[in-house]
Design a protein around this ligand. Sequence first.
Ligand code: SAT
Ligand code: MN
Length: 593
Amino acid sequence: MAKMTEHRKLKKWVADMARMCRPDRIVWIDGSEAEKRCLEKEACATGEVIRLNKKKLPGCLYHRTAVNDVARTEGLTFICTKRKHNAGPTNNWMSPAKGYAKARKIFRNAMKGRTMYVIPFSMGPIGSPFSKIGIELTDSIYVVLNMRIMTRIGKDVLKSLGRDGEFTKCLHSKADLDIKRRLILHFPEDNTIWSVGSGYGGNVLLGKKCLSLRIASYLGKCEKWMAEHMLILGIEKPNGQIEYIAGAFPSACGKTNLAMLIPPKGLKKKGYKIWTVGDDIAWMRIDSDGRLWAVNPEAGFFGVAPGTNSKTNPNAVITSRKNTIFTNVLLKPDKTVWWEGGDGKTPSKGIDWMGRPWKPGMLDDNGNVIKGAHPNSRFTAPIGQCPTHTFRLDHHHGVPISAIILGGRRARLAPLVYESFDWEHGVYVGSTMASERTAAQVGKLGEVRRDPMAMLPFCGYNMADYFRHWLKMGKRMQKAPKIFHVNWFKTDKNGKILWPGFGDNLRVLEWVLGRCDKTAGAKKTPIGYMPGARDLDLTGLKLSPDTLKELLSIDKKEWGRELKEQEIFFKRFGSDLPPEILREHKALKKRLG
Ligand code: SAT
Ligand code: MN
């Protein structure tokens, strides 16, 4: 099968890796339907996946990961650069020599008795000069089947790679799934990723966070473009014009929902329509018109299941009705699936994400309710099945971005929305983003952590340089997108979320676009421009004037504390921090008095 390519370096690398991992067989993935059927059959036979109800969920599969392997493990994720300084203070660092040596010990013989699959994949349309090719070697059929959905794979990718094309070398083995022997290593200087000891999502679908963000952010800095943890959506305005917005939010903060939102009644009547371009990653370049253009390098969604239902995200529900892989959700007796906050009644019984018989209300040893689905359970579905998917998916230059929105999950402090004064101020706002920890990463839930541009776990180099790169990109553009900050998660004193969110977020985006074409009003505040009560279209929304006031309020005391916390965070970068960031910080302090 290695006949599929005449790329000598590629063949040699596959042989070298096989010599280390010792698989019984090597299979080159061609991407065909026949091959997919074969893989599914084999994975069903071994129990790696379960075929779901063919009538109700045609083409759908079910998979459970190991109980200690349900989210990205950031503590075991490393940037391996020759100089520690190049990884920066926010990344775990290892020298390449040590990284390779440590991982080699775990990879050695790890694929004995298994098959090594060689997956050629393209991030972005195959053949586009802006796309990046990776080859993932893996001993997991689950990974192959997911990569089929999340990326463009197979023969055509190899063809486009030719005899000597550049590719990211991605090696993955589940090994023994021992968390003590788990490592997710990035070698940006070698264009290489090694992941071992995990079978979960972002740890193992190496085209996603590892290549498209960590490696790509490094490449983007070198090649003058941006790889960002952003959704991309098009908003068709009543006049038929489509404006595109990119939005950075940490994992599990609603990017997927926002990317495919349904306009609320009042706005739908006006004629708004949404086009989904991407829900997680944006690669952005400056085009000949001096504007920033974005592509979604992925081909599918790896969305959070819990909370997804026909009210919160009808498009996601439709998207995942067929040809979808469900991971760590509840399996019902009729071979359909369910999760907390999903459609339909809570099933009276099922098999939970840990593979144990489950009934609603069951308690664990600590008296906590046992969930049927893990809070970070996921669905993997092709973007082409999304009713709102853009017709520009395969356009190599993507879509022009009018506005960037930055958001976190913050109970207090950040108002519903504000607009930065200019690009430099916007970069500062991005550098100070913070969010409460979600189930998407292993760690304590709810803890507020700094997460600049939602890239804290995904920036493949020193974040101080990353801020500098953003500042430079702004200078290179003739018409930079306006930068906004949003917070859908502000609560009242009792912890109740004030803003309805979901489709109603379009009301905020309408204002954002209005600011871009200078049709929406705003008032100047110390933190940026904010809408007055009458600048938002709240038709049909039951929101008391007090609630709106609270949503748009700025508590100077809280902001004073915030400024201090920012200082502590910035100190970590020492003298590397661009002076522009400190200047903006000082200016804000002064404006707040
Ligand atoms: O596990 S993934 O990294 O793919 C999803 C996420 O955490 O955003
Ligand atoms: Mn993400």
